[in-house]
Write a protein of this length. Sequence first.
Length: 408
Amino acid sequence: MLKYLMISLTLLSFILITGCGSNSTSSTGGSTAGSSPTITRIMPLSAPVGSTVIITGTNFSTVNSNNAVRFNGTTAVVTSCTSTQIIVAVPTGATTGPLTVTIGDSTATSTVIVTIPTLASIAVYPVTPSVALGVTAQFEAIGSYSDGSTRNLTSAMTWGSTATNVATISVNGLVNTVAVGTTTISATSGLFTASTVLTVTAPITLVSIEVTPNKPGITLISDEALTATGTYSDGTTKDITSAVAWFSADSTIALFSSKLSGDVLPVSTGTVDVSAYLNGILGSATLTVTSASNGSTHTITHSTTTSTSIHSLPVQYNTKTLVEDDTYCCTNISIVRPPANGTVTVNGLIISYTPNAGYIGSDTIVTQELSQTGSITPIVSGNDLLGDILNINTNTNTNTVTVTVAGP
């Protein structure tokens, strides 16, 4: 009886153990026991140390640390993974050979060889750098490998400067100039070193400003866009129109739409000096304002549905608060005598004429402009700002415009 009881207990224990085993899963991040990993693709097949390799296959663990990846025996760190893809970086010390993925007791070995090209040389760029004092410069280190490939190794280098009193360099290859002179910039990685000589030159300074056109001319119904060109100590030139401060010597004749704009606006007839100022350098030109608008003639083709703009001023400011180094202009246009054979409309500073139906001939319009202008003009002597002059002017202009209407 005891013998049969022991046999029954043994059979029961076997059934229980077998039943637990059939329902168990491994602790490898979702891989079922008995499911071995496989490798179907490796990209790229040639990868230097530090580069990224993507392994495609099946039955990988979804937990990084459960996937043991080795390049010809050298263990790599897994950066991300799914059940079908593992991403790793080629580890230091890796050599050419097969790649393996081990999960628990199961290992998959690649059927292809992964080539690990070795670093053959490095080069520092730019080759013969020259930088003005006060300017930064970015250096790069390019590595050449045994398989003919190249790679940017700037962030992996140890950078150095032999004369830190001339220039310093950051861990990422960015040079900051300190003084005029020369220094050797070097990049080192293991047994490889490359260098170049950096020359720090005197700072580039502005030496002159040319205002163009040199003899600008405008009418009371036009404007002029002036340009400032800077010439620098290294011989280069640059458009500095929006960088300079623009001034008119007499805002009762012409003024600028803003301190940083080369757009000059007419106020009254006359001649005035206009200037561009930056870093102690002054460039000037002489502007002439004429009254060409008075008595001007415009020809249009007759149409009862078409009008033509026959009068315009460049910029309209309805209101503007006068602040230091600024200008304002407020202009109103009115019709003194309307045309006898058509109609006119006023829209801001634009007057448009439409002839009466069937009219062919010449029609006359008389307009009046009432403008108030003001500015605060700096007084400049050399590099010094001595003070300000407040200029306010009220001006009235009466203009006669003839419109000739031709046949359809």
